[in-house]
Write a protein that binds this ligand. Structure first.
Ligand SMILES: Nc1ncnc2c1ncn2[C@@H]1O[C@H](COP(=O)(O)OP(=O)(O)O)[C@@H](O)[C@H]1O
Ligand SMILES: O=C(COP(=O)(O)O)[C@@H](O)CO
Length: 577
């Protein structure tokens, strides 16, 4: 239970503020996260890590010498936005490029990928690396789909030390990939966390049982088993990882491994030590020599009761990097010399983008008024359904869809209003709204909704009075852009299952001669039907994928919210026709 909070929606921001105030020796707050207090030495590659809040010490607690140069910090269980990541990366840049590192989650992949593209275009060379250590999240044949859990730490650390030793950007990324390929984790859980403001945990397991194969967002595991003793838990964790050796490790005997026994939030240190006692014995029995083991909380999920074991199979390079000293708020080891003089920031962090409003025709400015009304109706619908969206998402996802949509749609409405008040046309109002949505919400749906609004805006332009055909073209463009960006197809159980038939129905009705309001009405009806039909699908993308069966009978959260929104926008069109 998370008991101490003010406004749940402000929890992540307030926690970051307090964290930075408490750790000024190590970190300096910047827009979107924190960077090392002493900056990045000139000419050194910076390693910028990040992810959602709720996982402390990941990610802000891992910033300091010997580890990350900066951390981009998202909302609770949602990736930071591309704008946050760019801001942190620019502040951490020492002139030699930036490696962006994160766990392999859909939202993180989208936002860090977009940030890397923009940074490179802005003259800050940037590469990405996603950690995939969690063996329970996908089989060995799909290792690229695995998520990142406590294996984040050794992989981030290897890259950061390589950067500090002066390696160029590509080689730092190669080191990250080498450490990632040799890092595996597996966990068990006894209860999920309770998010700030929620009154029950994301999942529960009967007192006599445990979930096997945990996730760090309240995912309930891939199986259930009898509650083990501490020794039995150790046996399961060790046996699972010894069966999951990296390709270039033939057998455990004779190997050396970095070991992390990680508590997820409410498993106490003494319990962890009881488990570790057996883990150490079992690894020794298998002929594995443990190197600088860590027992404690390194990646958490609020108050989740769970424990995971991580092994990084070491070679000479990886052992050297793992043993290197570090000095961060949450992870310290060895002794570091005096800090090198830091670079004057090579790339000052812009806090705001250029806000110039392009000229617009009167017709487009009038259309911007309708766009604003549509965004107001959208945000109101999300507010009304916020709890329902969270509940649906919690069935097989991480329960944050309502909160994420609320943050995004509220920000979009405010940005649209400000742009409209400055005389913007329809395209500019939608572009500002889309950017604000993606920036404030983060997460998968934040990136996708930002793209939807911007795509529709591009088709409308700032000059012409939008016709029904233009609107249909914009929605079709949004549908194609979402598929390109997220890689989902119809049938994967995502918002694409609604967006594609919605766009097709709208285009078809307009082509058949319907006016916009009538065509939108038909399309919104098609959207509602398509959203309901997602209940029969098995998810193949996003957070819900590993819990496919649990989601049968429940519609996809993003599909459902999209259908609700299309109906709300129809009400606005009726009023404005
Ligand atoms: N690859 C994808 N393409 C399109 N939509 C996706 C994809 N992955 C997830 N989604 C949509 O995003 C929704 C989840 O949104 P949200 O919970 O806000 O993001 P997150 O999963 O990052 O927490 C899902 O219900 C699904 O509709
Ligand atoms: O939740 C996280 C990011 O994943 P999403 O796909 O945005 O949900 C984050 O907590 C882990 O970095």
């Amino acid at each position: 239970m998370t008991r101490l909070f003010n406004d749940p929606a402000a929890f992540a921001d307030e926690a970051l503020e307090g964290f930075a105030a408490a750790h000024r020796r190590w970190v300096r707050p910047v827009t979107g996260g924190v960077v090392r207090a002493g900056g990045t030495p000139g000419g050194q590659v910076s390693v910028v890590v990040g992810g959602g809040s709720g996982h402390y010490p990941a990610f802000s607690g891992l910033v300091g010498r010997g580890l990350a140069h900066g951390a981009a910090v998202g909302n609770v269980f949602a990736s930071p936005s591309a704008a946050q990541i760019r801001s942190v990366a620019r502040a951490a840049h020492g002139g030699a490029g930036v490696l962006l590192m994160y766990g392999n989650y859909a939202g993180d992949v989208l936002h860090f990928g977009q940030a890397a593209e923009r940074l490179t275009a802005d003259g800050v060379p940037a590469l990405t690396y996603a950690v995939t250590d969690d063996v329970a999240s996908a089989g060995p044949g799909e290792a690229g789909k695995r998520r990142g859990i406590a294996g984040d730490l050794p992989v981030f650390k290897a890259a950061a030390v390589a950067a500090e030793r002066g390696l160029p950007l590509r080689e730092v990324r190669d080191v990250a990939a080498h450490a990632g390929a040799r890092t595996r984790s597996f966990g068990i859980a006894f209860s999920g966390c309770t998010l700030p403001g929620a009154d029950h945990p994301l999942f529960t397991v009967p007192a006599s049982r445990m979930a096997v194969g945990l996730g760090i967002h309240g995912e309930p595991g891939i199986g259930e088993a009898e509650l083990p003793t501490a020794d039995e838990a150790a046996e399961l964790l060790v046996a699972t990882l010894l069966k999951e050796l990296p390709e270039d490790v033939a057998a455990p005997a004779g190997q050396r491994a970095a070991v992390i026994l990680n508590g997820l939030g409410s498993v106490k240190y003494e319990e962890l030590f009881v488990v570790y006692r057996k883990v150490a014995a079992l690894l020794a029995e298998a002929g594995v020599e443990t190197v600088d083991p860590e027992v404690g909380e390194l990646v958490t999920s609020f108050d989740m009761a769970g424990v995971s074991l991580t092994l990084t199979w070491l070679d000479d390079l990886l052992e050297d990097l793992w043993r290197a000293p570090a000095d961060t708020p949450a992870y310290r080891k060895g002794v570091l010399g005096e800090p090198e003089a830091s670079a004057a920031p090579a790339t000052p962090a812009p806090d705001t983008e250029d806000e110039a409003i392009p000229a617009a025709s009167d017709a487009s400015r009038r259309a911007a008024g309708t766009v604003l009304a549509a965004l107001e109706a959208l945000a109101a619908t999300v507010d009304t359904h916020v709890d329902e969206l969270g509940r649906i998402d919690a069935v097989a996802g991480d329960g944050d869809h309502g909160i994420g949509m609320q943050r995004g749609s509220t920000a979009a409405r405010e940005a649209a209003r400000a742009a409209r008040d400055l005389g913007a046309g329809a395209a500019t109002v939608l572009a500002h709204a889309g950017d604000a949505w993606a920036d404030k919400a983060g997460g998968t749906s934040g990136a996708l909704w930002g793209t939807i609004l911007r795509s529709v805006g591009t088709a409308l332009g700032d000059q012409e009075a939008p016709t029904a055909a233009r609107v249909a073209e914009g929605v079709a463009g949004a549908s194609a852009a979402v598929q390109r960006l997220g890689g989902a197809e119809v049938g994967d159980k995502t918002m694409v299952d609604v967006l594609v038939p919605f766009a097709a129905a709208l285009t078809g009705a307009v082509a058949a001669g319907d006016g916009l309001t009538a065509a939108w009405d038909r399309a919104a009806t098609a959207a509602a039907g398509a959203a309901a039909a997602t209940a029969d699908l098995l998810p193949r993308k996003g957070r819900a994928r590993p819990h496919a069966e649990r989601s049968l009978g429940t519609p996809d959260a993003g599909a459902h919210s999209l259908a609700l929104i299309t109906r709300a926008v129809h009400g606005v069109l009726l009023d404005h026709q």
